[in-house]
Every structure is written in C-alpha cells, then in structure tokens.
Write a protein that binds this ligand. Sequence first.
Ligand SMILES: NC(=O)C1=CN([C@@H]2O[C@H](COP(=O)(O)OP(=O)(O)OC[C@H]3O[C@@H](n4cnc5c(N)ncnc54)[C@H](OP(=O)(O)O)[C@@H]3O)[C@@H](O)[C@H]2O)C=CC1
Ligand SMILES: CC(=O)[C@@H](O)[C@H](O)COP(=O)(O)O
Ligand SMILES: [Mn+2]
Length: 384
Amino acid sequence: MVKRIAIFGSTGSIGTQALDVISAHADKFSAEVLTAQSNHELLIQQALKFNPNCVVIGDDKKYHLVKEALASTDVKVFAGEKALEEVAAMDCYDMMLAAIVGFAGLKPTLQAIENGKAIALANKETLVVAGDIVMQKALEKRVAVIPVDSEHSAIFQCLVGEGRNKIEQIILTASGGPFLGRKPNYLVNVKRDHALQHPNWAMGAKISIDSATLMNKGLEMIEAKWLFNLKPDQIKVMVHPQSIIHSMVQFEDGSVKAQMGLPDMKLPIQYAIAFPQRIPSDFPRYDFKKPNTLTFEEPDLRTFRNLVLATEALHKGGNMPCILNAANEVAVYAFLRNRIGFLDMTEVVEQALNKVAFIEKPSLQQYYESDGEARTFAASLIQM
Ligand SMILES: NC(=O)C1=CN([C@@H]2O[C@H](COP(=O)(O)OP(=O)(O)OC[C@H]3O[C@@H](n4cnc5c(N)ncnc54)[C@H](OP(=O)(O)O)[C@@H]3O)[C@@H](O)[C@H]2O)C=CC1
Ligand SMILES: CC(=O)[C@@H](O)[C@H](O)COP(=O)(O)O
Ligand SMILES: [Mn+2]
C-alpha cells in the first residue's frame, strides 16, 4: 500500500530532499500535502509534478498566484497560517513530515498528532519549545514520532531491538561547524556568508547558523531528552568533524552502538518515512578503504557559549528551552540580515533567559506567551 505523506515545509532543504526520496519510491509513497511560506514558484512546480491532494501557501497574498497556476488541476489550494492547522486536521494523508523551520512548525505538528497521524520529525524546535506536551499528546493518541534529525535518527536506529535495556548515556556528535577551532577574537568579525558555509551538510539558513554557533547541538540535546526520555546528565556532546558517526548510544553494560554513513539527509528522511522497513537506496556509500580518520574532541565551551546556555536551559527545564529558542530565532534572523554580529547572538539569548519569568510547568498557552515575550524582548535589544 502507498503511504501518503504530508510534507509541511516542502520547499525547504528537508522538504525537497523528501520529494526526491518519494520520487525514487513512487510505488511506496505519495506526496499528498505540500506547504511553503513564500516560495510560491517552487510550490507550484512541486504541485504540478506530484499532484497532491492540497497545497498551503503561508503568505496569503500569494494565494491567487498559486490558485491560478493550479487551475487546470484538482489540487486544493489553501493560504495563511491557520490553514496549516486546518490541513493537518484533514484525512488525506497517513504521515506528516514536519519540515517547517522554527516555532511555526509546532501548531501544525500538534494538530497532526491530535488527528492521530504518524510524525516524521525534522522540526526540532517543536520539541525544544513544548516537548513535554507534544510527547504526552503522542502517547495519548498512540502516535509514533520518528526522528529525522540525523543524530536522533542515529540514536533511534541504535535503539531498535534494545527493548527495555537501559541507556547509560547518549553521545550526540557535532561537526563543530565552519568555525571549529576559532576563538572569539575571530568570531567577532564573521559575516553571514561565511557562517552559512557548513563543512559537511547543505541545509537551510537558520539551522546552518545554529550549527555555526553550536546552538544546534544545544537544541538537539533538548530534542533528545524528549524523544528518548533521558535525564539531562545522560546527554553528552562530542565534536566529530567528519560527520560520519551520526551519534552513539552507550548502554549500562558499557557497550557503545554507533550509526554511521556519509552525511546525506536523504537517508534519515527515507528511514523515517519507511519505518519499520529499510528500503533500498542508491545514496553514495562510505568507503572504508579510503584513508579516513575519524576524530573526536570536547566542544570548546568558552568560545561557543550557546551550548552552555542550552545545557543550562535543559537542566532548568520549564519554559527555559522555549525562551532560549524564541530569542535564538530572533537573533539568528537578525544576524542573517546583518543587523547584529555573530557573538551578539549569544548575548541576546542570555539576556532573554535572564529576563523572561521562569515557569516550572507551563501550559501550552504559557509556552506561547513565553515565546512571545522572549521574542519581543530579544527584538527590543536588537533595535537598540
Ligand atoms: N536541512 C537539514 O539538513 C536539517 C534540518 N533539520 C530541521 O528541519 C527543519 C527544516 O529545516 P530546513 O529544511 O533546513 O529549513 P529551510 O529553511 O530550508 O526550509 C523551511 C521550510 O519551512 C517553510 N517555512 C519557513 N517559515 C515558515 C513559517 N513561518 N510558516 C510556515 N512555513 C514556513 C519554508 O517555506 P519557504 O521555502 O516558502 O520559505 C520551507 O518550506 C528545521 O527545524 C531544521 O532544524 C534537522 C536536521 C537537518
Ligand atoms: C544534518 C543534521 O542533522 C544537522 O543538524 C547537522 O547535524 C548539523 O551539524 P552540526 O550541528 O553537527 O554542525
Ligand atoms: Mn542534526
């Protein structure tokens, strides 16, 4: 039977790679929902190629352009932020690939879980903001949340077959980003184009900057806590500049399992949508005959302070990760617009964490409010 996939964020880095996977396995998957925020041209092209049940364009000023271009098809066209939730509540799909970037991915993902749909989760911010509520809802609705993020896919793969065997710790690998080994006196002057050049992965702008500041690894520690029900002390980070080992699990007997492969997001995307099956692929294979050295080192926490802030937020819990995420989103987009410097991003996040009131057990509404407060505060710092 063909699995019907709803790709929320189909025009992004994950979304377009997911469509490549679906094309290569048209006997197994169909793309039934496609969504974009503003890239209507690509959304139209994708809709003409994949003939989904419906598309959503977030920017409602572009509704007529999309509607007109798809007039000769039977693709339904929706627009605006609310439409993402309305479509997530529909029955035209079996699994949502949550590939919207940032906080904007949370509401449609929650709606899909409410609707009993399986989730292939790329959007890590969903769990950073409200991981307790999202995972509790998934449990209640008996919905599987399969990670797409490469590290979490690696851990998930290492855990298959382990049943109730106890995890001692997980080791998230970090590439170190484009500024591995650099010090603050260098980072103070770096600009967006340099920061966007990830050494191993071609990704969207926001996650590329997060990788450069190591915030990405901090967000991933929080993501791992919720996905695998771990205590903060069980989550370690090691820099592994080659990005061949995607992460590791150490069990209570000391045994370590790792998942390896060339850095290519198509593999974790395919794994998540095909789970529990593995299906063939022609992705390039890692060549053990080449003189490759795999190295590991501790992250430089004096330089990359975002990882410290995220670890503190992980330990403190409550709405701290939500505040961290919101301030970070504001800071990253300000950096991308050349409004603030590379090191200022950490300052903005730190000040927001100190400013917005701590709530130990927030409701969903309180998460939204904390997100809003942190954004307003972070934006006020940047305007100064
Ligand atoms: N790229 C990667 O390799 C990896 C990504 N991830 C995670 O996956 C998610 C997606 O990342 P990536 O594909 O790189 O991001 P991109 O920026 O490449 O794509 C983001 C997608 O979300 C849409 N979008 C952006 N803003 C909004 C909004 N406010 N409302 C609705 N839709 C929106 C974009 O539409 P439009 O094109 O119109 O702007 C686009 O389709 C992120 O959470 C990231 O952390 C995790 C691991 C690896
Ligand atoms: C591909 C992927 O999952 C990214 O999150 C990637 O891990 C970023 O690399 P680093 O954050 O390790 O630089
Ligand atoms: Mn990752």
